[in-house]
Design a protein around this ligand. Sequence first.
Ligand code: AMO
Length: 439
Amino acid sequence: MQGLLNELRRTHFSKNVDINLKDQEVLIMGWVHEIRDLGGIIFILIRDKDGMLQVTAPSKEVTPEVLEALRSFRKESVVAVKGKVQESGRAPNGVEIIPSEVTILNPANQPLPMDPTEKVRAEIDTRLDSRFMDLRKQNVSSIFKIKSQMLHTVRNFFYENDFTEINTPKLVASATEGGTELFPITYFEKEAFLGQSPQLYKQIMMSSGMDRVFEIAQIFRAEEHDTLRHLNEAISIDMEASFLDDVDVMKILEDMIHKVLEDISTKCSKELEILEHDLKVQKTPFPVVKYDDAVDIVNSRDVEMEWGEDLSRAAEKALGESMEGFYFLTDWPSEIKPFYVMPNKDNPINSHAFDLMYKDLEISSGATRIHQYDLLVEKISEKGLNPDAFGSYLKAFEYGMPPHAGWGVGADRLTMVLTGSNNIRETVLFPRDRHRLTP
Ligand code: AMO
């Protein structure tokens, strides 16, 4: 049986065609990046997954059929080119191919919706409208290669540290982080919501005896924010572990971040170079700033902040200016943290909650959790929520819930740090923000 491509198969990616293949025949497949027809000679750059290769067709050395086919090439059409490898001082990789057979696998319509060669810079909205083409640019695809490596490292890190990967529902009946930021949906005859965090489920899992769990999944937040750091659909890296407290899980978090920095700087050096991003591998332990001290730092920089307030954007910036790299913010007031956060035993107006910051960007929140049923019910009520709505969550606390702690890291925000992007939309293939629901 013959498939669509018949005998036509790629022998090499462009990055693997080098001088060692001199005089050999190769077949490459990719997109037409650039065409220069000088009459007596045609130069075509073919782009594929990780690079480009020059096809050089001097009219005296190739057949009229090949010349004619090359002349019908259009930018971004998908083509296959077979030819002999030849040394070339000027071409990328130091080699070019002299074509003996060319096939147009799928022509691209003209004009193109945007320029994928970086010669004309497009606004982010134009780029996102034609994201498939935007992703053909090396600097854009580099961001997603780095994100992929980061997720790979994170998974490995968890597996190596004896965590079990879990998948919790994203169609949920109640709020986790307070009632205001939920997307309501119709679930047959009931009202339901898109999950804003796996928080309640990862805590329930502590009562299952599985001890250490993690999840990497979408979270949905109906925030009206239109900022460079907020999305309405984001990826959260969540973990929860039993018989540990906030200090223990902060150590796990900084070790994971350190491993990510190390892996990206060694395994993605080419992508970092393309992005011109100088990524520092910060040593652990990361600095720790107590909330009380953060308030003083912010005020000393002429930004007003009262004790008990969450950090405003101006406060985050002021703090970020005085700190380098990653640092923890600890000892948060209980009042501004969610109901499940453990208050400090001796001084309950403070809590065992922490954030991990990178300069002025919040990367993660975490805490020791309340594991005592009565205290949890009290805190739910104190926050103005109805404990009855949390029945199936609370049940897990009645029959042997161990002490536990955990955190959630914004994977897209972490990718901003790793790639030097200042807009979170750059780090998501198809971002969902206040105004964008397509593509
Ligand atoms: P929190 O709400 O702080 O904590 O979220 C954790 C991390 O997720 C990222 N994040 C976002 N990223 C982009 N757009 C958003 N709208 C957005 N919202 C959050 C941030 C943030 O630090 N249940 C707790 C975690 C825990 O305690 O385990 C929680 O969801 O990087």
